[in-house]
Design a binder for this molecule. Sequence first.
Ligand SMILES: O=C(O)CCC(=O)C(=O)O
Ligand SMILES: [Fe+2]
Length: 366
Amino acid sequence: VLEADLHPLDNVPRIAPPDRATLMAKYAKRGEPVVIRGLLADTAIDRIRTREAASKAFGAQSLTFGPEYGIYVMTSLMHGPAPPESPRRITVAMDDYWRAIDAEPDSPMMCVEDQTPPSVAELAPPPAVCADDADMRSTVFVGNAGNVAPFHFDGDCRHVLLHQVYGRKLVIMLPPRAASALRPIANFATLYLRGLDPGFRRELVSAVGGWEVVIEPGETILMPALVWHGVVYLEHGMSVNYRFGRRPQHAFASEHLHLDGASQRFVAATLSDEGWQRHAASWNRLLEAWSPPTKTALQKYQQVDALLAELVAGLGDEPELPPISDERYVPIPAAARQALLRAHLFDNRLYLHRQACDIAPYAAAL
Ligand SMILES: O=C(O)CCC(=O)C(=O)O
Ligand SMILES: [Fe+2]
């Protein structure tokens, strides 16, 4: 990656650690990212800012490494799904991984979203803004220079504090309304991030009101829940994230709705307190559509999908897109899209409920 050619928009503010109320009200719930300097200044992880220091502190710790999602999906499409015990996913000590990428700098292997292991967690306790959240989760990412996290949004509906331990990363974020530009399947864009032309990238990010920033070791970026994000590893790097701050209703959405641009956009519109009030009646309609059982999961998907299309049209925030040529997208035939959708519905055991569920605990007060 030639960093000089990237010219990120660099339009994310940098702030000193805020209190929880400010972080939530001013940034997270409004869908606005922010970079926080010194959020983990009191913890041991903040003093580990190089791979050498990480190796000394927890190099013997094992993590699971595999190809990044985009490559994995492409390979599965062309060669069929990997068998469950596939050697494409390996569990090795971080030190072994680092030796392997030194020998093979273009390796597609990286650690994506492993639960933060104890030897790292004890050095990186959650910051005060999310330490009291019983629903908080922490995961780690370790990857080599040139690798990417392809554009996606995270279906858990939590806000994310992504803390950079060592190495620098370009983080590109697009608001939920950018979904149509990304032609997603479930929560993954088919727009290529690898090789994305910087001029076009900035044009697209600007057109949809998105953000780009390079984060440095010791910095923590808040990525609001359901924001699209793609990450380019400018150097070998490691991050720890803390995922937090969702309402029980958003946990329900995460567990019981299919992922796509429409469910993302509607749920994202309810993250702010005003949005939650404004869309309360629509939220309850969605719960009522979801609740009664259907003969097949696909029928339920079709009902929920139709209602979401109506709700999203009502948001009236469709962006004006620049022209985007088909070559910028992974070529996935319609039949493969259908197959991936069905796999998604069944892998997540969505919409297979056989009796009406109690939706009262998740309803919005009107
Ligand atoms: O840094 C990365 O590779 C991706 C981070 C990410 O997707 C996340 O924290 O949700
Ligand atoms: Fe993510």
